[in-house]
Design a protein around this ligand. Structure first.
Ligand code: NAP
Length: 259
């Protein structure tokens, strides 16, 4: 299926690896030119070269911390009028809320709530003027079912989700949609790092913990980041203009609710 995205321009944040990279790759396969971003320059440049080589897309790497104002400015300078914005940043660390002070909370809010909001603020009016825009926020399955050790993520992402619920109903009239993708367990470095903490707590090896967790998912496995990228491209499709304000959970069926 042609998603009608050839020649469009996208900013994909936090995309040298993992879910962000998968979204960037899926969009590039549809003919979208990209600005990709992460903090580690060498890894980002390697990813840009891989995506460009595989897809023929123009891929501009902007190495910076997207959770800072200077970082966001650098990304926007490289692509001031994007058709597509994929918001993403590293997730906050796991832990016990008794150990988190104000600075820890502000960092989590900056990364997982305020950075997407400021990038939307900088780009959405241009999208409205051009009558096309697709904004996808990578949040977390924790928005639907909180993960005990990820209190910072549970809290910050819930704030973003509430904000998007309101704004997405105001922009859709102009063919600008805003949706959230909620990853369950996808096989990325982030998942491995979180499982290390849980495995230590449970007193078993990380391999044992990972095997148990994968087996416990209805799909019997973790998600493949490519599957996540496909969902992102689908939401960005020209034909997806009637889908807005949605929270699409990709978790192999782990969330037990009927709706
Ligand atoms: P990952 O494999 O660790 O990749 C994270 C990417 O983000 C890397 O490219 C990293 O590069 C970049 N990054 C991190 N902080 C950044 C910053 N401040 N500015 C710019 N780039 C930054 O993580 P992932 O699994 O893809 O997770 C992506 C998001 O989904 C996270 O917020 C995570 O919490 C959430 N999530 C993931 C899962 C899962 O199962 N994987 C489940 C639920 C939620 P640098 O470190 O070089 O900057």
């Amino acid at each position: 299926m042609d998603l009608g995205l050839k020649g469009k321009k996208a900013i994909v944040c936090a995309s040298s690896k993992g879910l962000g990279r998968a979204c960037a790759m899926a969009l590039a396969r549809e003919g979208v030119d990209l600005v990709i971003n992460s903090r580690t320059e060498a890894a980002l440049e390697a990813t840009a070269a891989e995506i460009a080589q595989e897809t023929g897309a123009t891929v501009t790497p902007v190495a910076c911390d997207v959770t800072t104002e200077a970082g966001r400015e650098a990304v926007l300078a490289a692509c001031p009028a994007p058709d597509i914005l994929v918001n993403n940043a590293g997730g906050p660390p796991p832990g016990d809320f008794r150990d988190w002070d104000r600075d820890d909370w502000i960092k989590a809010l900056d990364a997982n709530m305020l950075t997407p909001i400021f990038l939307i603020k900088a780009t959405v009016d241009g999208m409205i003027g051009r009558k096309f825009g697709r904004i996808v926020n990578i949040t977390s399955g924790a928005v639907k079912a909180p993960i005990e050790i990820l209190g910072l993520s549970n809290g910050a992402r819930a704030g973003l989700t509430g904000f998007i619920a309101g704004l997405s109903r105001k922009t859709v009239r102009h063919n600008v949609t805003i949706n959230n993708l909620l990853p369950g367990p996808f096989d990325t470095d982030r998942l491995r790092a979180n499982m290390k903490v849980s495995a230590e707590k449970a007193g078993i090896s990380v391999e044992e913990f990972a095997a148990q967790r994968a087996a416990g998912n209805p799909a019997g496995r973790f998600g493949d980041p490519d599957e996540f990228g496909h969902a992102c491209a689908f939401l960005c499709a020209a034909q997806s203009g009637f889908i807005t304000g949605q929270n699409l959970l990709l978790d192999g069926g782990a969330f037990p609710g009927t709706l």
